[in-house]
Design a protein around this ligand. Structure first.
Ligand code: F6P
Length: 342
């Protein structure tokens, strides 16, 4: 008899339900095995809030956004007693291995719990695409498509009005969505946290475009960039768990650009629309493959690892490797995007 637990923690992400479905179906295929869902991330594990999952309870969820298990940003080491209450729920439910679907913060807690002896298998999740040890994360493709569609739409209205539009996309500390959506949407400038920026250069790009008869400019900004020099650093508002609430930096960038160029500059902050709704076909497939692999590791008692993408393969990497850094946009990818600025 083998019992596999599954939880989703941190910000939600398109494809979470596809992973839950894949883990459940794979375990259900295995004789004498069961799946226990944990509600609301680490919070449910600390409080013993569980729900049995079987093949029928996960039918029809592949295409649904969000997570049927619920999620939260509660961290057992920050908001609870760490290992103690988590291991109590694990023991009480006879869980042999816990599949943790989460981003960098969640995986760091999973690593600590695993180092204290909890049997944990990770699945990398985030629209931000910034987890180390894996080439990519599910949710990213969907977010990039949504942001690209938005850029296409914004370009057409900007052109009608001879305007500059600053499009702000998510990415807490890294500019993956900004870079990919910027390339896909033909952005005239992309500002990301990994690369120091100078608004005077962006203003030059905008002026030169308009001199050449282009009637609009699109500037894509990653939400995690530092405020432009000369603007006051506002104290970030916090969420219920003490994390900074991002979003809005592009208003300050737009204000300065308008002053520098004289062109009317508007802002569109895409926000949570990038995280909601149905996953792209790519993310459905990726999430399914990661979920099946994670279930296999869990059933084989291969704990302390994360299912990761390497090239075209799904392979186990240590959770420690996944937590070693927050993976940023490589310089050569940004250089490729830069070729098309202006
Ligand atoms: O980490 C994923 C993410 O969507 C970031 O891009 C964003 O900064 C953050 O979550 C927003 O989180 P919340 O919904 O908790 O404000």
């Amino acid at each position: 008899m083998s019992v596999v637990g599954v939880l989703t923690a941190g910000g939600d992400c398109p494809g979470l339900n596809a992973v839950i479905r894949a883990v459940t179906a794979r375990v259900a295929d295995h004789p004498d095995s069961e799946v226990v869902g944990i509600r609301n991330g680490w919070e449910g594990l600390m409080e013993g809030d569980t729900i049995p999952l079987d093949r029928d309870s996960v039918r029809g969820i592949l295409t649904r956004g969000g997570t049927i298990l619920g999620t939260s940003r509660m961290d057992p080491y920050v908001h609870g007693d760490g290992y103690q209450s988590c291991s109590r729920t694990i023991k009480r439910n006879g869980i042999d291995s816990l599949v943790v679907i989460g981003g960098d913060g969640t995986l760091r807690s999973a690593l600590k719990l695993s180092q204290e002896g909890l049997p944990v298998v990770g699945v990398p999740k985030t629209i931000d695409n910034d987890i180390a040890g894996t080439d990519t994360t599910f949710g990213f493709s969907t977010a990039v498509q949504i942001a690209t569609d938005a850029i296409d739409r914004l370009a057409s209205t900007a052109e009608s009005h001879n305007r500059v539009i600053v499009v702000e996309v998510m990415g807490r500390t890294k500019g993956w969505i900004a870079t990919h959506a910027g390339i896909a949407g033909g952005a005239d400038a992309i500002i990301i946290p990994e690369v120091p920026y100078d608004l005077a250069e962006t203003a030059d790009i905008v002026r030169s475009r308009h001199r050449r008869g282009q009637r609009y400019s699109i500037v894509v900004v990653g939400e995690g960039v530092q405020p432009p020099p000369g603007t006051k650093k506002k104290g970030a508002r916090k969420d219920a768990f003490g994390f900074d609430r991002l979003g809005g930096i592009s208003y300050r960038i737009a204000e300065q650009l308008e002053e520098m160029t004289g062109f009317e500059t508007r802002v569109s902050v895409l926000g949570h629309i990038q995280r909601g709704g149905t996953p792209s076909a790519f993310d459905r497939v990726l999430a399914t493959r990661l979920g099946v692999a994670a279930a296999d590791y869990a059933l084989a008692g291969k704990n302390g690892v994360m299912a990761a993408v390497r090239g075209t393969e799904i392979v186990p990497v240590s959770i420690e490797e996944a937590c070693a850094e927050i993976r940023g946009v490589p310089a050569d990818l940004y250089e490729t995007a830069k070729t098309f600025f202006g």
